[in-house]
Design a protein around this ligand. Structure first.
Ligand code: FES
Ligand code: FES
Length: 162
């Protein structure tokens, strides 16, 4: 079937089996290199995309559900002002993570930055827990989110200018 959607701001039209996974469609048909495959069952959170603005595990989405949607991947986030805020915040916390979860982590942080009001801690924790990994502490991941939020709200800059 023909599937039309918007990927990182560009109109895409591909031909794929309706039940093909979005993860495969995006990697193999659209050349999205930032996505990684691991559990393929919605558990690890390494294949997250923003689908119509919401974090979604692309390994669980059949291709036909992409029709008419807007998808953002790490490649798209890199074109936004959120990306610099996030990478600066990561550096400030001296944090690092592996290439397999990097894309999902940055997408989740960008999703938090774009929320209309600052989310409460339990909601931030719930969002960030979409990635199952023992390598990085949840506390550090949360602190990166707070630092990025403060940068976006201008609080750090205002403080620095006093
Ligand atoms: S590969 Fe999609 S959640 Fe693990
Ligand atoms: S899975 Fe990437 S740092 Fe743990």
């Amino acid at each position: 079937m023909t599937i039309n959607f918007i990927l990182n701001g560009e109109d895409i039209s591909i031909s794929a089996h309706a039940q093909e996974k979005a993860l495969i469609v995006l990697k193999q048909f659209c050349g999205i290199a930032s996505l990684h495959t691991d559990c393929t069952s919605g558990n690890c959170g390494k294949c997250i995309i923003l689908l119509n603005g919401y974090p979604s595990n692309s390994c669980l989405i059949p291709a036909f559900k992409l029709r008419g949607t807007e998808i953002i991947t790490l490649e798209g986030i890199k074109q936004t002002s959120n990306y610099a805020l996030i990478t600066d915040s990561i550096l400030e916390h001296h944090a690092s993570w592996c290439i397999f979860c990097e894309s999902s982590r940055i997408l989740l942080l960008s999703y938090i930055l774009d929320m209309p009001i600052r989310p409460e801690t339990h909601l931030i924790d719930s969002i960030l827990s979409s990635i199952h990994c023992k390598c990085l502490s949840d506390t550090v991941f949360r602190e990166i989110a707070y630092t990025a939020l403060e940068k976006k709200e201008g609080r750090i800059n205002r403080y620095a200018n006093r």
